[in-house]
Design a protein. Structure first.
Length: 81
């Protein structure tokens, strides 16, 4: 199963598409977000986000901070480098 994912920084679009999973470094620990995840909003700390695309490819990005919002319809991550 996949879910719509949008990852942005202040000056660019990093990823827009369907994903199998998103792993982020939240301030309370690592979060792995999968399809049908419980809605949440979380602050992100310095670390690495990992995006597994619908086609199975993986993209890893180091971040300094950010936020992630999971809703019934999509996941949106706003990150700072």
């Amino acid at each position: 199963m996949t879910f719509p994912l949008r990852v942005f920084s202040i000056d660019r679009e990093i990823f827009v598409g369907d994903a199998k999973s998103l792993t982020v470094p939240s301030v309370t620990g690592q979060l792995q977000i999968l399809a049908d995840h419980t809605p949440l909003i979380s602050l992100l700390r310095e670390g690495e986000i990992v995006i597994e695309s619908a086609d199975g490819s993986t993209q890893k990005l180091p971040i300094a901070s950010g936020t992630v919002e999971v809703t019934d319809k999509e996941v949106v991550a706003l990150v700072n480098f």
